[in-house]
Design a protein around this ligand. Sequence first.
Ligand SMILES: Cc1cc2nc3c(=O)[nH]c(=O)nc-3n(C[C@H](O)[C@H](O)[C@H](O)COP(=O)(O)O)c2cc1C
Length: 220
Amino acid sequence: MTTLLHIDASVRAAKNDNSSHDSISKNIAKHFISCLQNTNAIAEYIYRDVGIHPPSFITQAWIGAVFTPANKQTIEQQALLAESDELINEVAKADTIVISTPMYNYGMPAQLKAWFDQIVRINKTFDFDLGRGDFPLKPLLNGKRLVIITSTGEFGFEQGGIREHMSHLVPHLRTMSLYLGVEKIDEIASEYQEFNDERHQRSLTNAYAKAEQIALSFYK
Ligand SMILES: Cc1cc2nc3c(=O)[nH]c(=O)nc-3n(C[C@H](O)[C@H](O)[C@H](O)COP(=O)(O)O)c2cc1C
């Protein structure tokens, strides 16, 4: 049984009056979660739609609060960090994290980046010691599994693909996953949305099948 944190990042809803506007990434994630639920794998489920309810952007005052020792923080600083505390607690609790996200302008949506900015925090999710030489930052969380579900309008962002050099979504998520305490990553990608042709249909079918396979792998 797993404690699962599910983050959706598309600004589109999963279901709309016009189904051609439905978020692809959110629907693949829904399918993955329901496969896990069917086999009672989820002990606790925590959900955030950061696309529709974006976390706050950090500010200079936020950075000031973060670098103030906890026992010296003012009431205002504690209030300023309450959102970050809550988001970090959700990550710390989870042993599986699912992030579904579109590619916007070759990277992650600003809303998802805002979530990471709230979470990657000194002495909470990493610590800093120049004694470690050129790599002073060390993640503090560990042992988590991450499932990344992406949807793109174009294609070929994978290793060796024709747009690998333009791929700043999954590579960025892989880097950031260290600060979530992730030790194993599974990836599901739907491509070709903008072409709306048989390649897109094939890509979608493969993505749904992969979601089922990965869900099954939770019981092996
Ligand atoms: C603002 C915006 C920027 C986008 N930028 C890209 C892009 O850089 N590369 C790409 O392949 N697709 C891009 N797309 C297409 C989306 O990735 C695609 O529509 C995807 O299916 C959206 O995810 P969703 O279906 O979960 O909402 C963009 C779409 C929007 C709305």
